[in-house]
Design a protein around this ligand. Sequence first.
Ligand code: THG
Length: 697
Amino acid sequence: MTADVLSTLTQAAQNRILIIDGAMGTMIQQYRLEEQDFRGDKFRDHHRDLKGNNDLLSLTRPDVIEAIHQAYLEAGADIIETNTFNATSISQADYDTAQHAYAINLAAACIARIAADDWTAQNPAKPRFVAGALGPLNKTLSLSPDVNDPGYRALRFDDARNAYAEQVRGLMDGGAHLLLVETIFDTLNCKAALFAIEEVMAEKGRRLPVMISGTITDASGRTLSGQTVEAFWISIQHARPFSVGLNCALGAKEMRPHLEALSAIAGCFISAYPNAGLPNAFGEYDQTPHEMCEFIGDFARSGLVNIVGGCCGTTPAHIRHIAQQVTGIAPRPLPGGQGESRTKNKYTMLAGLEPLIIRPETNFVNIGERTNVTGSKQFANLIKAGKLADALQVARQQVENGAQIIDVNMDEGLLDSERAMVEFLLLVAAEPDIAKVPVMVDSSRFQVIEAGLKCLQGKSIVNSISLKEGEAEFVRQAVICRRHGAAVVVMAFDENGQADTIDRKVDICERAYRILTEKVGFDPTDIIFDPNIFAVATGIEEHNEYAINYIEATRIIKQRCPGARVSGGVSNLSFAFRGNNKVREAMHAAFLFHAIQAGMDMGIVNAGMIEVYAEIPKDLLQRIEDVLFNRYPSATEALVRYAESLTDTGGRAVEKDLAWRETSVEARITHALVKASPILSRRIPKRPASSFPHRFP
Ligand code: THG
């Protein structure tokens, strides 16, 4: 059986609903253990009280832990969890037993395996599995413990990741069949665990199926760290888990709508192991096995689940009832069909606190460019002056003006870019109206990108990686991005420099696509190509084909790299017209009109500042399109002359007045409909109206 746990488990989960065990803590309480039990011989002289450190019992009272496992196996559990919920060095530090973390995990996995193997030997037709449990830690990576200091964190990503890695080594060495990251209330903690799991599995050259279970803490349907259930799934699916689900916090009844949402989006098996109802006034759970299994039976009959069991307050009696209740009920079918434990994504899926799914019918996606110290003097000055609240306002305005992603760049000679990136992103995380969108971490230094990814609980985008320094470095960086679950922007840039011809752009992107999908295991939908938007109308003849080359390369890349997306930095195009925003905006709109038809999916833009194609004055449009398509040798000259004849108003002002927020509900809804939804995407559909190019909704 150990030969291929994944296929055995997959087969079992397709045939019937699997049972996972119930609470460990409730059972331990019933033994009324004393300080002496927790200490055993090993910790006889420990300088602190150890009563309550349940995980330590795997070393000091293994008989108790094994008896509890036996009781759950006897009740019908297919999967039992190791007694390791708090067995990281971080959580053990509360008892000054951090240095025993590895030993605790090793012992816990061994004890569970002895019990499980016993039952498997008795009835090989019903194999039992040990899930090594990784708890949520007692500190959060996405939330500040101090409301007055939103940029503070009590824990750093690398410390969490290292603690989890040590735990995973113990669990794997002790013989766990699977790993279960559970009771997740902060997705970044979970991502640190998933990163560690991936690292340790690579180190050991052995893969274990991974189960992931989040927790919804209130009726709003968000995790404690503020994500919707869909955003949570998108942020962790890079682990290609065996199952995803919910446990703890809410009772079965309250869990149902969130389980439904998860079941609707996730491509793997679904688990649910709620508490025995909601805690009463004494913090106790008093839902009877009979009451609880009514709800679980309903999950099963509704086709929502593949694995069920119990969390706080549940006992072997609950598990026995649940097992009886779901016997004979068909498990939820895997969305992708047979055999596969995970379906490939059809669409690019990103997430902040909320999901951003780019479906075929999704309009052009706006990425806000202004949170960039090299792209905005205002933002640069705020960052350099340490005026972070005002800098956050720039991000907020981008989102209010229709940015569905924000690009953040801190590459400036006089800045400690890594620190500035981290500081800013941690503050962004505390602003739900900004953090709802995914972040594009923009830097030419990979170290800065890595530091940024360690601050983001959602599914972010790395901007960018490329073949500039050769294939080995490209692969190294891509592997790290994948472990963080980030999508990547790949620039059309290789060992010979930036691509400016159609052939070079296409060749480099195809080469990168092959490496990422075949060698690194990237999902094609996590790849975003940037075939380089360069400035046109610069007066240098070689630049005249730049717009056409981008557009034509985009068309071919979209055909040859199925699933991948195309993006670009739109404002680059018009650098020759700096200071003349009217001309610049018109150029961007005209360029996008054609690039979007060629397949451009998203772009870094000054959100809310893009002109409507149909409203560009015809004579200006004519001259711009002559330049974009290099229609005649003096096209640049003609546009420059025309531009000089225009008096620039500096463009429409970015909305600064937030007084609308104080108005009536109706007025706010009106405002939101007019302003807050992606303005550009409503106005520039991907497919032109049939009356192209003159009229346009
Ligand atoms: N591809 C990818 N990432 C990128 C780019 C790209 N990131 C950076 C850049 N290019 C896209 N972002 C910007 C942001 C601002 C401007 C241009 C591109 C810009 N800023 C005004 C200017 O320089 O005139 C600044 C005006 C001000 O200071 O307010 O044009 O191509 N993957």
